[in-house]
Design a protein around this ligand. Structure first.
Ligand SMILES: Cc1ncc(C[n+]2csc(CCOP(=O)(O)OP(=O)(O)O)c2C)c(N)n1
Length: 342
């Protein structure tokens, strides 16, 4: 299976092309928004204003393309890498900043936002996504759950259990594996014999698709088809988005210790942002003036988000355990008492 692609590295569009100019423009706005958030969030972390932060530079199209294929009633069940997908699904920048600041105010999302908080324990989100998808079926709703996982996470037992359960019960779930080449310091070829993760779909009896994860049009297209199948009762799809983790694993990581400085050089030419811009310019719907206006708008959005996050009240230590259980367990209660006393 070769990755499906509609936008070449120089921005040339395949014919037929799956997105309208309006959709492509919307996708570009979200991709640039995601890029700006990521770059500035990393800077905030370096200034001591965020806790640990997992950047996603180079993976914006894989996330935004899939997120934009959802309808408003659908659910996003992300891992820690998917801030771009969450922003595209309506998470505010200020909430994202508070979350990555480790402020408990950032963990409790608005009730009407169909995005679950970022999952840090690898692959646990996949089973919850099957649950969210199945819950809709039981309740007579037609929502679809979109979830993400990394190449490393695809080696977890939860990955198998989630896909098998979703397939057997035809849960309306779409799983996107962002195959970004690395699981912290472990390259993909060191942890799987068959590097084509989408091949595994056949073992579950579901469709598996491999797509160029740096091509927003391709990711949006295959996810839209998968979402439509899920909503029609035809079950889950496994999408492998081939991409590359250009930056460090997190703000605590130093990739120089395990890969050469030019390891991702070829991937810079495949940058999803510049590729998309070239495609839009090819369509004649984008120019420098629009770019400048968009960048100014997003810079203001980010600045306002920082102001809003900074205005949040200083969290109390005991809040760490307050949102874990609806009714605290005795252990959590004991921890809460200790933290409250200070
Ligand atoms: C259950 C569990 N085991 C181990 C870890 C530590 N850990 C954090 S990220 C990571 C690697 C994940 O790699 P991958 O799934 O490829 O995703 P990526 O970070 O590249 O997006 C590991 C092992 C964890 N968070 N949870």
């Amino acid at each position: 299976m070769e990755p499906l692609r509609f936008i070449a590295e120089d921005g040339a569009r395949a014919d037929p092309f799956p997105l309208s100019p309006e959709e492509l423009t919307r996708g570009y706005r979200e991709v640039v928004r995601a890029r700006v958030f990521d770059e500035r969030a990393l800077t905030l972390q370096r200034q001591g204003k965020l806790s640990v932060y997992p950047p996603y530079k180079g993976q914006e199209a894989a996330q935004v393309g899939a997120a934009l294929a959802l309808d408003p009633g659908d659910w996003l069940v992300p891992s820690y890498r998917e801030t771009a997908a969450a922003l595209a699904c309506g998470l505010s920048m200020s909430q994202a900043i508070l979350y990555w600041r480790a402020d408990p105010a950032g963990w409790r999302y608005p009730d009407d936002l169909r995005v679950l908080p970022f999952y840090i324990p690898i692959a646990t989100q996949l089973l919850h996504a099957v649950g969210v998808a199945s819950a809709g079926r039981y309740q007579g709703e037609d929502w679809v759950a979109l979830t993400f996982i990394g190449d490393g996470g695809s080696s977890e037992g939860d990955f198998h259990e989630a896909l098998n359960f979703a397939a057997v019960f035809q849960a309306p779930m779409v799983m996107v594996v962002q195959n970004n080449g690395w699981a912290i310091s472990v390259p993909t070829e060191k942890q799987m014999r068959n590097p084509r993760i989408a091949d595994r779909a056949a073992g579950y009896g579901i469709p598996g698709v491999v797509v160029d994860g740096n091509d927003l049009a391709a990711v949006w297209h295959v996810t839209r088809e998968a979402v439509a199948r899920a909503r029609a009762g035809e079950g889950p799809t496994l999408i492998e988005a081939v991409t590359y983790r250009v930056g460090p694993h997190t703000s605590s990581d130093d990739p120089g210790r395990y890969r050469s400085a030019d390891a991702g050089a070829a991937w810079l030419a495949r940058d999803p942002v510049s590729r998309l811009r070239a495609a839009l310019e090819g369509l004649g719907v984008w120019d420098d003036a629009r770019e400048e206006a968009l960048r100014a708008e997003i810079a203001e959005e980010f600045a306002a988000a920082v102001r809003e996050a900074d205005a949040a009240p200083e969290p109390e230590p005991q809040q760490i355990v307050e949102q874990v259980f609806e009714t605290m367990t005795p252990d959590a209660r004991a921890a809460w008492e200790v933290l409250r006393r200070g």
